[in-house]
Design a protein. Structure first.
Length: 279
């Protein structure tokens, strides 16, 4: 990672620098954050309300957001901050390194007592994630990745599936997107994972061959999963086929396609032919 002037972290510990060291610190943080959310759920502390876009938010989302912001800004107070549950600040645009956090990705799954929710955190540098940690408390899965060092689940290295053709692919995503793919070849439809971060990460674990997403995903939904897939040998992209860029003025993306690098071009061609740029 590039050098950058920094003030000492409030914790007194050295500021993170190498991506693998950052990822280890992030893993500890998201694990502790996930325990906070799980404890609040078990205690029945599920106060919730709707945001302006009608998506739900709970007291646990806010508690986890505050915990992670305190933890990460203590590590590196000069890094930018972007979270679903924090007021966005244009200050982050001037920072080469930005923490990108979703305190609870899959809030509806969390509220329903499901397993498909996670605490997601990534460190983005110059538009791309370089360290990531994703924790799914209900299934006790901790995913960690750093650029060039691979991705793991509970310490075990991950690799995408070796499928190279659309036929027989295990796919999760919006029904309309699956319908369009099925027009090109027979696919195996898998349940739509409510946490987009986990849906994409299931490509990294080879439990899915393909993950699809409709337009409007935000940086916090996908940055950590993006790096996990990349380091497991896959690619997450828009319909232009290019890797995604993070920490833009509007941190939102169009339709997304995720698969192993050998399969990705075939999925992309089918998605383009059927979607005409939409998903």
């Amino acid at each position: 990672m590039k050098s950058q002037d920094q003030t000492p972290p409030r914790s007194g510990a050295p500021a993170p620098d190498a991506p693998d060291a950052v990822a280890r610190l992030m893993a500890d943080a998201v694990t502790a954050a996930g325990a906070i959310a799980l404890d609040m759920f078990r205690a029945g502390r599920l106060e919730s309300w709707s945001k302006a876009n009608d998506s739900p938010v709970t007291a646990a989302d806010i508690a986890v957001d505050r915990f992670l912001k305190d933890r990460f800004t203590a590590l590196a107070p000069d890094y930018g901050w972007l979270s679903e549950e924090s007021v966005d600040s244009p200050d982050r645009l001037a920072r080469s390194r930005v923490w990108v956090v979703d305190p609870i990705d899959g809030t509806r799954g969390f509220m329903a007592g499901g397993v498909d929710w996670a605490v997601s955190a990534a460190l983005v540098e110059d538009g791309r994630p370089v360290a990531a940690a994703l924790f799914a408390p209900a299934s006790e899965e901790l995913f960690v990745a750093s650029v060039g060092a691979g991705a793991t689940r509970n310490g075990v290295p991950l690799a995408v599936s070796d499928l190279t053709a659309l036929a027989g692919a295990r796919v999760s995503g919006p029904v309309a997107s699956l319908d369009r793919l099925a027009q090109h070849a027979p696919i195996e439809r898998r349940p739509r994972v409510r946490s987009l971060a986990l849906r994409i990460t299931r490509v990294a674990t080879a439990e899915l061959d393909v993950a699809l997403a409709a337009p409007n995903a935000h940086d916090w939904d996908i940055a950590a999963a993006d790096l996990l897939v990349q380091e497991a040998g896959g690619l997450l992209s828009g319909l232009d086929g290019r890797p995604l860029t993070y920490n833009a003025t509007v941190p939102r993306h169009g339709a997304l396609v995720c698969a192993g690098t050998a399969l990705h071009p075939h999925i992309l061609a089918a998605a383009r032919a059927g979607a005409g740029g939409a998903s």
